[in-house]
Design a protein around this ligand. Structure first.
Ligand SMILES: O=CC(=O)O
Length: 328
């Protein structure tokens, strides 16, 4: 509990793996009385009425009917990052509560991560690192040949702000960019990054050397890439996922990687996160895995925190809320 005169904001915890970013606690406490989930659960009658905002970091705390029902003064849910799949927006709107997220802060670092994974998988950077860190003459004689990125075709699934930033980067690598998206981009936007719209997802899958998922998780996109879609990809193709684990049927992916249906995969997101230690995906050599690092830069995390502070303060002061998520 911080300064009692400041507006109460519920956070999952202070620091540590389930809490808010350590460096930000002090900054948040300048504006808010931070109440942890544990404090709230231990004394709902004392803390419930004080809480005017929930600050969601790393998808926590979870928001459900019971929590919303016990926060009578709640005005806004401020969620770090761009994805909203952890929130039931209709339920939240029924409680008359606003939602804000931080799309601008995450687009550059997540696009960088997409390219980092693409390059790492194409050029076998992780296998190379393991070899170079434990050199022995026998393995050193192995041929560590990868896929060329320059001139290759990138199939982007999702052309929102992250997808577009990836297309900009891919252009610098002289890649041919195809994209599939709910709505086609303006002609001048396509031309600026040299991207070609593919109305058919199957067509994109068949033509791409790299298929990169940069799309939000919704009921429509869940398991968008399954056995059938993987079988359409080239046997030399690499699948990269920086969106959400559930965009891909992980069992089908594992089978495709084991049987050579596709060449490799690079995943920043899985289900669950993290994967259990004995998960079979961890045993494959043609996969690169990272622990949801998309927006994990100091700069992005600070900007996310600053944006959420602005959104909360605006909502508490009855002003237009920056980055308010509107129910469609
Ligand atoms: O996963 C990260 C985000 O949704 O921004």
């Amino acid at each position: 509990m911080g300064d009692q005169d400041l507006p109460g904001v519920l956070v999952s915890g202070l620091e540590g793996s389930y809490g808010i970013c350590e460096d930000h606690v002090g900054d948040l406490q300048k504006h808010f009385n931070l109440i942890t989930l544990q404090e709230f659960l231990e004394n709902k009658t004392q803390f419930g009425p004080k809480i005017q905002a929930v600050y969601i970091w790393g998808g926590r705390p979870a928001i459900d009917q019971e929590l919303l029902g016990s926060l009578p003064s709640l005005k806004i849910i401020a969620s770090a990052g761009v994805g909203l799949d952890h929130l039931d927006l209709k339920l939240i709107a029924n409680f008359g509560v606003k939602v804000a997220n931080t799309p601008q802060a995450v687009s550059n670092p997540t696009a960088d991560m997409g390219m980092a994974l693409l390059l790492a998988a194409a050029r076998r950077v992780v296998e190379g690192h393991m070899l170079a860190s434990a050199p022995d003459t026998e393995t050193f004689s192995t041929n560590w040949v990868g896929q060329e990125v320059t001139g290759a075709t990138l199939g982007l699934i999702g052309m929102g702000s992250i997808g577009y930033k990836i297309a900009q980067r891919a252009k610098a690598f002289e890649m041919k960019v195809l994209y599939h998206n709910r709505r086609r981009r303006k002609l001048e936007e396509e031309e600026a990054v040299g991207a070609t719209y593919c109305e058919s997802l199957d067509d994109l899958l068949q033509r791409s050397d790299f298929v990169l998922l940069a799309v939000s998780l919704t009921p429509q996109t869940q398991r968008l890439i399954g056995k059938r879609e993987l079988s359409l990809m080239k046997p030399t193709a690499i699948l990269i996922n920086i969106g959400r684990g559930l965009l891909v049927d992980q069992d089908a992916l594992m089978e495709a990687l084991q049987t050579g249906v596709i060449k490799g995969a690079a995943l920043d997101v899985t289900y669950p996160e993290p994967l259990p230690r004995d998960h079979p995906l961890l045993k494959l050599s043609n996969i690169v895995l990272t622990p949801h690092l998309g927006s994990a830069t100091h700069q992005a995390r600070r900007q996310m925190m600053e944006n959420l502070v602005q959104s909360i303060l605006a909502s508490l002061n009855g002003l237009p809320v920056p980055n308010e998520v509107l129910l469609k």
